[in-house]
Design a protein around this ligand. Structure first.
Ligand code: GA4
Length: 328
């Protein structure tokens, strides 16, 4: 069993609602009516599950088994790839505000080939395989994310139809990738409640693509204010609308608030690709979506938003600072 280093004060939720939610929109990417289903899912939940995707199962399982191997190695080995500043191996710490969760992770930028990142300092012959496998996986997942973004633009009748995906495809796109490992949480650490693996937040980028193993843990906040548990599905991907897409659609699409609760007996492993725009890209509501309505947000560059997000507390409503106050 993998044990995390140094104890830390980790949030417990004693009244967590563990209601299983079976209403996540299911999008079959092989079907002809995908665009309209996607456009329906984004305002309602900002979250959906995709099946019949183009990511080869071998690429997923290969990366998963290498990640398990990495997280099972002795802590000093893993720490050779850390501390995260921000990229590398990290243990419990989330962001720079002293926030902690019950997990460990590898966090990397997808701008540079993984071989050239600090993570490459981990010794062992299998590292090259790990890097290549991650590079392959990220290219597949990025391609799928771009296809989804294009379908969303088509569904919204936005011209040109690469308006969203060109931001993520751009060579300078500021996209990141993380592998999160949530070890099982022993009884005494549970203290009768639910131990928070990764606290509630929204993702700042445009789109996030999540794949996890079959361990429960992910929860989303519904519009009615209830947290619900999402049944895991290791053959599918879960897609989140990020804050930047919420702004570009002038609030029509919702950036979903989510969190991960640690599991009592099983390890959870997730791999998440966060597709972001280039740092200098201006993010603002698209005029074609405003239909005479006022813009709800002040324009910002991704760099400005990112800086402000990384200074913020995890659970904060980061877009609040950029919302326009409606004239009375
Ligand atoms: C949430 C989504 C991604 O995991 C992440 C996170 C980032 C981090 O772990 O360093 C942040 C968090 C995330 C949002 C607010 C800031 C930044 C921790 C934090 C307190 C990598 C991201 O891009 O934003």
């Amino acid at each position: 069993m993998v044990v995390l280093s140094k104890p830390a004060v980790i949030e417990h939720l004693s009244l967590v609602n563990n209601t299983l939610f079976h209403g996540v929109p299911l999008i079959d990417l092989s079907k002809p009516n995908v665009n309209s289903l996607l456009v329906k899912a984004c305002p309602e939940f900002g979250f959906f599950k995709v099946i019949n995707h183009s990511v080869p199962i071998e690429s997923i399982t290969k990366l998963e088994s290498l990640a398990i191997q990495f997280f099972s190695s002795p802590l000093p080995e893993k720490e050779k790839a850390g501390p995260p500043d921000p990229f590398g191996y990290g243990n419990k710490k989330i962001g720079s505000n002293g926030y902690v969760g019950w997990f460990e992770y590898i966090f990397l930028t997808t701008n540079t080939d993984f071989n050239n990142q600090k993570f490459a300092s981990i010794s062992g012959e299998s590292q090259e395989t790990f890097h290549c496998t991650m590079n392959d996986y990220v290219s597949f997942v990025k391609k799928m994310a771009c296809e989804i973004l294009e379908m969303l633009a088509e569904g919204l009748k936005i011209q040109p139809r690469n308006t969203f995906n060109k931001l993520v495809m751009n060579e300078e796109s500021d996209s990141v990738f993380r592998l999160n490992h949530y070890p099982p949480c022993l009884d005494d650490q549970f203290k009768g409640g639910n131990l928070i693996g990764f606290g509630e937040h929204t993702d700042p980028q445009i789109i996030s693509v999540l794949r996890s193993n079959n361990t429960f843990g992910l929860q989303i906040l519904l519009k009615d204010g209830n947290w619900v548990s999402i049944p895991p599905d290791q053959t599918s991907f879960f897609i989140n609308v990020g804050d930047s897409l919420q702004v570009m659609t002038n609030g029509m699409f919702k950036s979903v608030r989510h969190r991960v609760v640690a599991n009592k007996s099983k390890s959870r492993l997730s791999m998440i690709y966060f597709g972001g725009p280039p740092l200098c890209k201006k993010i603002a509501p698209l005029p074609s979506l405003m239909k005479g309505e006022d813009s709800l947000y002040q324009e910002f560059t991704w760099l400005e938003y990112k800086k402000s997000a990384y200074r913020s507390r995890l659970a904060e409503n980061r877009l609040g600072e950029f919302e326009k106050i409606a004239a009375s």
